[in-house]
Each structure stands twice: as structure tokens, then as C-alpha cells.
Design a protein around this ligand. Structure first.
Ligand SMILES: C[S@@+](CC[C@H](N)C(=O)[O-])C[C@H]1O[C@@H](n2cnc3c(N)ncnc32)[C@H](O)[C@@H]1O
Length: 261
């Protein structure tokens, strides 16, 4: 008998490269039994009073059964409070997403204008897919100065001995602080991530044509970014309203503009 989850996604795109499932990731991931190249997780940080903002206990351990590489968004507070739950994972690096506006409301602290994306892996770093994250010279936003990185073969820092970057083509390594406008004013989900922060993370850690799994899909931003980057994607979202918004958003990008009919 086919597994009901496989046979009944909430939404799939016409060519079958993206599937969205409605439900609790703790039930759906085991039912799918999927092996992904990369997990992109933006879990509930459990820092607001929003009804869905509850940390699903044990999800990092569960996720470890479905991929050996994972980007996880969060705050420093979240990672420190939940550090024991990431015990099965090794940390490779962290990337700071600098937003153009803030989300913190405490008047007695620095205005919070960033989130952290941490990259985790399991097993041997040499077996973990990663592609040298580069950009063309002159593309850097903000003009923070031209600190040019050198590529040496260091373990765990993102350098790749097999195809080391040397910058001779005029490119430079992407910086670990990425300045990307937030979705403020145009979001369809309260914590929607912009494509501009998701795409480089996906291109770095998932091979072209590979499978990205987002256990907390929200607005479908990861699925959208994965598809636009030439990757396949599976998302899970527990809130039906968000599922519907994500499906609409993803459908809008697959409109058939054939005018010959
Ligand atoms: C931080 S938001 C993700 C936002 C998303 N990255 C985006 O860009 O739109 C977390 C999402 O996880 C969903 N969620 C919470 N608990 C869940 C669970 N146990 N299984 C699946 N989804 C869950 C929430 O409804 C919420 O939409």
C-alpha cells in the first residue's frame, strides 16, 4: 500500500520537482523516509507569542536521519538554549544575515537587525557537498572594504582542497555577513526569509539537481529558492493557512504563459 504522505502532498508543481506536505514534520518526515542532500531549517525560535512559535522537541535529531548537511536559521539565544539537541551534528560555520530593518522590540538593548544561519554536517567533512561560494568582484553590497580572502586548504572552514578557489578569474569569496533586504512590507508569512539569503546557502551546500528538504516551510521561500536554483525540494508546514499561501506563491511561479491556445 503506498504511503499516504507520498501519495497525498498538499501541493506539487507540475513537473514534480517541488512537493509541499501539510502536517507536523515529526510525523511526516518518518512517513516520507526521504534522504535529502540538504536540509534548510528555519524552526520556530520559541521567542514570540505566535501560536505556531513552539519548538518541536527533538527535531534536530529527527532531521539527522534525513540528511547529512543542514543550514539552520536561529538566534544566538536559541542555539545556546538548544545546543544539546544538536549533539548529533557538527558545526562547520555560521553566516550572519544582516537585514535592512530590525525585528527586536527591547528598548534597552541593541536594535536587532540580524539572524544567524548555521551550517551543520554529519560524518566526514570531506564527504559533505559544498561548492566554493563566490561572487563577481564589485558585487558586494555596502562597500565595507575589500578584504580579500585567500584560499588555503583548511578543514571545517569551507575551503575545498579538491577545487580550491584562487580568485584569478576576478571573483571573491562570499562574505560570512550577507546584507539582504528583509521581506518587511511584502511578506506572506511573519518570518519569511528572502530568496536573496536562501539561494547562496542552497547553492553552496546542495548539488545542482539535488534535493532540499525544509521541515518548516512557512511561506515556501526555501522551495522557491531551491527551484529557482535548479534543485528539487520537499517542504513540510504544520499550519494550513501558510501551506495555502506557499502553494499560491509557488503556483504563481509555474504559470503557463503559452499564448498559442
Ligand atoms: C520560522 S517559520 C518558517 C518561515 C519560513 N522559513 C519562510 O521563509 O517563510 C516556522 C514555521 O514552522 C511551522 N511549524 C511549527 N511547528 C511545526 C511542526 N512541528 N511541523 C511543521 N511545521 C511546523 C510554523 O507554522 C511556521 O510556519
Amino acid at each position: 500500500m503506498p504511503d499516504p504522505y507520498w501519495s497525498d502532498p498538499y501541493w506539487s508543481d507540475p513537473d514534480g520537482t517541488v512537493h509541499l506536505y501539510l502536517g507536523d514534520m515529526r510525523e511526516i518526515l518518518p512517513a516520507l523516509g526521504v534522504r535529502a542532500d540538504l536540509i534548510v531549517a528555519d524552526p520556530p525560535y520559541a521567542e514570540t507569542s505566535l501560536t505556531w512559535d513552539r519548538w518541536p522537541e527533538g527535531w534536530p535529531t529527527l532531521a539527522a536521519q534525513h540528511a547529512r548537511s543542514m543550514w539552520c536559521f536561529g538566534s544566538m539565544r536559541m542555539f545556546l538554549e538548544r545546543r544539546d539537541e544538536f549533539a548529533g551534528w557538527k558545526l562547520s560555520q555560521d553566516v550572519v544575515w544582516e537585514k535592512h530593518n530590525g525585528s527586536g522590540f527591547a528598548a534597552d538593548r541593541f536594535k536587532r537587525v540580524h539572524e544567524i544561519a548555521t551550517h551543520w554536517y554529519r560524518g566526514d567533512w570531506r564527504d559533505v557537498h559544498r561548492d566554493v561560494p563566490t561572487e563577481k568582484s564589485g558585487r558586494r553590497d555596502g562597500g565595507e572594504g575589500g578584504m580579500r580572502a585567500t584560499a588555503t586548504a583548511r578543514e571545517h572552514t569551507g575551503s575545498i582542497a579538491a577545487k580550491a578557489w584562487d580568485g584569478s578569474d576576478g571573483s571573491r569569496l562570499l562574505r560570512s555577513v550577507q546584507r539582504v533586504r528583509s521581506m518587511h512590507g511584502r511578506a506572506i508569512h511573519p518570518t519569511e526569509k528572502p530568496l536573496g539569503i536562501l539561494a547562496p546557502l542552497i547553492r553552496y551546500a546542495c548539488p545542482p539537481g539535488g534535493l532540499v528538504l525544509d521541515p518548516f516551510a512557512g511561506s515556501g521561500s526555501t522551495l522557491d529558492a531551491a527551484r529557482q536554483s535548479g534543485r528539487r525540494a520537499i517542504g513540510v508546514e504544520a499550519n494550513e493557512e501558510y501551506c495555502e499561501r506557499a502553494a499560491l506563491r509557488l503556483s504563481a511561479l509555474t504559470l503557463d504563459f503559452d499564448t498559442t491556445a
